[in-house]
Write a protein that binds this ligand. Sequence first.
Ligand code: ASP
Ligand code: MG
Length: 426
Amino acid sequence: MTLTMALIVHKYGGTSMGSTERIRNVAKRVAKWARAGHQMVVVPSAMSGETNRLLGLAKELMPDPREPQSLRELDMIASTGEQVSVGLLALALQAEGLDAVSYTGWQVPVKTDSAYTKARITSIDDARIRADLQQGRVVIVTGFQGIDTLGHITTLGRGGSDTSAVAVAAAMKADECLIYTDVDGVYTTDPRVVPEARRMSTISFEEMLEMASLGSKVLQIRSVEFAGKYRVPLRVLSSFTPWDIELAEEARSGTLITFEEDEKMEQAVVSGIAFNRDEAKVTVLGVPDKPGVAYQILGAVADANIDVDVIIQNVSHDGRTDFSFTVPRNDYARVMDLLKGQVAPAMGATAVTGDPKICKVSIVGIGMKSHAGVAAKMFRTLSEESINIQMISTSEIKTSVVIDEKYMELAVRALHRAFELEAAAA
Ligand code: ASP
Ligand code: MG
């Protein structure tokens, strides 16, 4: 990043905005960047716990809102958390002696579709923000919220402020989007599981996308997709360093998500290990092996609006086969009911079994494109720990296995060691 007169977007998460004291710290940090000559746009989340509190109030009045008219009201309620935090941050900046102004999503406007509680951004008008920047103002824009074509307030899904920040950065053609958060970067795996996990100074966009979708919770997946589509230079860094550290040092800290493979300094074959316990396994036994059965099973699941992840079908014996797949654990009961009640009997399958106590562990790395034997090394490592693999799925840059949930930590640690992730050159 050029350090003179750049256009910079900062995003601060709920923890960083958690109290007026912390907001004052955010303001001092932003002021440091502004005084160094940068044009600053800041996108904060609601104060930590606030979105949960607001949605909790809603739940007291309607436990399970589903109708669009009720979901609309959830967005009306949840969006207020961000409205408060932008106002507070603008005040804090003014108290620091800076000219600052805050805007909600509808004032910018940030336009979205009408999918309440999980809306997608369709466009952002940069005119108002640009005019303020030209006047030398720091501009603060709410995360998480937008407005649809009919003028209704929408929200972007939990964790959506990341996506707001990246989208604003894309619209403004910002030089860099810095995501300040309560961790100091992207790690080879979750340091709570593997204390030796190492922060990466760079990670490729493709790897970050896999890590985010496979269970690393550092960035909302949509924000990474957005960054990829518009090639927004993105950095994840800590908001807990002292606000007055050297700007040049701060600008180099954390993890940079890069787009050029050769920009990536670390050439490890496997860059990181992701895991999640959010899925459950379902098996339909004794399915007649004939055209259309996969469609009959998965079509019914898709019609119920349930996502399917890993899928395997065995070779058949005597004209029958077993068919297994994973679904989000929250949808497990619904899928079992659906299959046992209608789908399996209709196709003459012998039984439906399932297991919600599974986990998915994945190795991720650009280097897997050009190296053979990586998956084999993963399988050997797991076998040495006597961990049984139930399902496997691969893409060009990842291999995932489904295993018993009780072995998750053991598997992640063993793989982290086997691929020497704590030792890779920084
Ligand atoms: N405040 C929203 C949430 O808690 C959005 C965000 O923080 O990114 O999900
Ligand atoms: Mg977040």
